[in-house]
Design a binder for this molecule. Structure first.
Ligand SMILES: [Zn+2]
Length: 199
């Protein structure tokens, strides 16, 4: 498969998202309205993360149940209702406003891996798989400076949105590094707590 000519550190290998069978691949989320940004980040990390079709609580619960999605919400009452209905959910406390805290929390609690995330990145808008295409083939969607600079870009197979690895990709990489270090420090802290208990 052709690789796009960008900085290797932020290279996205366009592996199409397949309906896989591993736990990791089956993991899919429904992200409540207050957590839209978290949804975009989960898609960057290669996870299916749907936005609610409707903002009504009953509709959200129906969507999660019928599509077997894990509901991520900051609404405690809604999280309580999922338990009674047998829907998997994760309640994020309202004070958890930092996006890196939110991502680290979801990754840890759902026991998913974000290693090799660059090979799984999905369209942040619709969650569709990305394909490498020549920038010339989508020239009408690109600013002239991007067309000049990049030979290849990524296009979403579902919605057609075009991505290129501009400076924001460096920021994305930095944010994920921060998330990883938060996960590691939380693991260390919980290990310490266990050690203390066992003494
Ligand atoms: Zn898309």
């Amino acid at each position: 498969m052709p690789k796009a000519a960008f900085n290797d550190a932020f290279l996205v290998d366009p592996v199409p998202a397949k309906a896989g069978t591993s736990r990791q691949e089956r993991m899919a989320f429904l992200v409540d309205v207050m957590l839209e940004k978290l949804g975009r980040w989960l898609r960057i990390l290669g996870f299916r993360a749907e936005d609610p079709d409707d903002t009504d609580d009953d509709a959200i619960l129906f969507q999660a149940k019928s599509r077997n999605l894990i509901l991520l919400t900051m609404d405690e009452e809604l999280a309580k209702r999922t338990k009674k209905l047998g829907i998997r959910s994760l309640f994020l406390p309202a004070k958890m406003t930092d996006i890196t805290d939110q991502i680290a929390f979801v990754v840890k609690k759902s026991r998913i891996s974000i290693r090799n995330w660059k090979s799984r990145t999905l369209c942040t808008k619709c969650g569709g798989p990305l394909d490498v295409v020549s920038s010339k083939s989508v020239s009408d969607q690109l600013p002239p400076r991007v067309l000049k600079r990049f030979k290849d870009v990524w296009r979403c197979k579902s919605c057609g949105h075009v991505y290129w690895m501009g400076s924001h990709w460096k920021k994305i990489g930095e944010t994920i590094t921060k998330v990883k270090s938060k996960i590691r420090s939380k693991v260390r802290k919980s290990r310490k707590a266990v050690t203390r208990k066992s003494k």
